[in-house]
Design a binder for this molecule. Structure first.
Ligand SMILES: [Zn+2]
Length: 283
């Protein structure tokens, strides 16, 4: 059953990884057993997150080996997740968003919390955004339905994903982004367009030189950062796509992955354009 779900997530472009499983007593399937401090929540693969894949042959191989594996999903590629693990997190986020939570996909976790799914923001993980609220973005993962929690309860969908995920609400994104760095706060940029060109050149270099294992994350972050300049009209989207795709291909990433990551990063970045008159011009 978890294989079927894993394959379905992968078909939707979400990299999957097999995760350890708790037994009926709540002990972990890993060597540490009852002593494991994250029973049923950590990857079975040696390289964990970086081995996550959308390749159905790999996924079938993993589940042939571990048929009861919990399903881990890499975040920051096809979705980001607001991870609410207490009533305080639920109320805090509801309050932040003006009284109600977005009507997007929602998972009830095995511990009684919730996972809200959003389009990727380009941001990485953020722990304790609010009490009881974490953000799982680039470089993170979540345990997904129909996985089993150590408490004996399965993760389940309250509302399944439809065709398109909702964008992260502005107030939530502002919280994730955090305050601008103090040095930049009062320093307006003299030539925003030249600055944007420099950011583009530096980003392209970073992507082309990214080591295996960080390539997609680096590309995602670069696309998001540059999307903010595109959104402000300081860079041409066509130029950015062309340069980023070429750099990522040079770094060894596959065409399909590159196109998807560039598009989702840019789209997310464009929604929070930099303000050329003031402080937030950082990449
Ligand atoms: Zn364990």
């Amino acid at each position: 059953m978890s294989l079927t779900a894993a394959l379905s997530y992968a078909r939707h472009g979400i990299p999957v990884l097999p995760v350890h499983t708790p037994d009926p007593r709540g002990d972990c399937s890993c060597d540490r057993g009852a002593a494991c401090d994250r029973p049923g929540k950590h990857p079975r693969l040696r390289h964990g997150l970086t081995d996550a894949s959308t390749d159905p042959r790999l996924i079938e191989m993993w589940w042939a080996r571990w048929p009861a594996a919990n399903v881990g999903l890499r975040t920051g590629v096809a979705m980001d997740v607001a991870d609410i693990d207490s009533a305080a997190g639920w109320h805090g986020l509801t309050h932040l968003l003006g009284g109600s939570l977005p009507a997007g996909p929602r998972v009830r976790t095995g511990s009684g919390g919730w996972h809200l799914w959003f389009r990727p923001t380009g941001f990485g993980n953020r722990v304790h955004l609010l009490p009881g609220l974490d953000w799982r973005g680039a470089g993170g993962y979540v345990v997904a339905p129909p996985s089993r929690h150590a408490a004996g309860v399965d993760y389940r969908w309250v509302r399944r994903p439809g065709d398109e995920l909702p964008a992260g609400p502005g107030a939530l994104l502002a919280l994730i982004e955090g305050p601008p760095p103090p040095a930049a706060r009062h320093r307006p940029i003299a030539h925003p367009d030249r600055y944007a060109e420099a950011v583009l050149a530096a980003s392209v270099e970073r992507v082309a030189a990214a080591p295996a294992g960080c390539r997609n994350d680096t590309l995602n972050r670069a696309a998001f950062a540059l999307g903010r300049f595109v959104g402000a009209g300081l860079l041409d989207q066509g130029d950015v796509v062309r340069e980023l795709e070429a750099a990522a291909r040079r770094a060894g990433l596959g065409r399909v992955e590159v196109r998807r990551t560039v598009r989702s990063g840019l789209t997310a970045g464009r929604r929070t354009p930099v303000d050329p008159s003031a402080p937030l011009l950082r990449a």
